[in-house]
Design a protein around this ligand. Structure first.
Ligand code: FES
Length: 235
């Protein structure tokens, strides 16, 4: 086992574990947006950054393995400043429609904006605004809300094995789309609902539920509904 110090707490961790996993072992919460324990880490969102003593740059805790004697701070001033900056950057390309968004109340971005008291963004929206895709009866897509965490891409590849989603274009124009902009059906989608279930914002949503109930009016149950196996049936 490897011994690391996180926020002054001594933690025994397996050398194969990341800082995030070691912190969670002892109940230290580090916020995440692109992390999912079922998926390979991608380090895309940088919300989970921490300060490692002796390192010049902040490290993405979800993608940095522990090492013997490592001293980590999860809430230093530099860490909090960086998280707020990242939230501002994410928010700069996000619609300001939380009042009417179906994801309100269970949106990870909204929750973090609240937690870190980020009320606005100093940055200007860069990308053109594509219209939401409502053509599919099961899955609603609004790529204006996508924060590029890549969880939909990775869960479709690594868990479902369908490879429906991919990253298109490069740089500021990078976006999540189906390969060759095919419809989801033509792209091999089996409507398992995995991508919807991991989306931290309202970019991918369960269309049959939209505008029928708010998140706090529903509960999750074990079931297989008409098109998928996510289990989010209405009360
Ligand atoms: Fe670690 Fe996104 S959760 S970079």
């Amino acid at each position: 086992m490897t011994t690391v110090i996180i926020d002054g707490k001594r933690v025994e961790a397996d050398p194969s574990q990341t800082i995030l996993e070691a912190a969670r072992r002892v109940g230290i919460r580090i916020p995440t947006l692109c992390h999912d324990p079922r998926l390979k880490p991608s380090g895309a969102c940088r919300i989970c950054v921490v300060e490692v003593e002796g390192k010049d740059n902040l490290a993405a805790s979800c993608a940095t393995p522990v090492s013997e004697g490592m001293k980590v701070s999860t809430r230093s001033e530099a860490v909090l400043r960086s998280r707020r900056l990242n939230l501002e950057l994410l928010w700069s390309n996000h619609p300001n429609d939380c009042l009417t968004c179906d994801k309100a109340g269970e949106c990870s971005l909204q929750n973090l904006m609240y937690e870190y008291d980020v009320k606005t963004s100093r940055f200007v929206k860069q990308n053109p605004v594509p219209a939401p895709d409502e053509s599919n009866p099961a899955i609603y897509r609004d790529m204006n809300k996508c924060i590029m965490c890549g969880k939909c891409v990775r869960i479709c590849d690594e868990v479902q094995g369908q490879h429906v989603w991919t990253f298109s274009d490069r740089g500021i124009k990078t976006r999540v789309s189906t390969a060759f902009e095919k419809s989801m059906q033509d792209g091999g989608c089996v409507f398992c609902g995995h991508c919807v279930s991991v989306c931290p914002v309202g970019a991918l949503m369960d269309k049959p539920v939209m505008k029928k109930a708010r998140s706090w009016e529903t509960r999750k149950v074990r079931t297989v509904c008409s098109y998928c196996g996510v289990g989010c049936s209405l009360v």
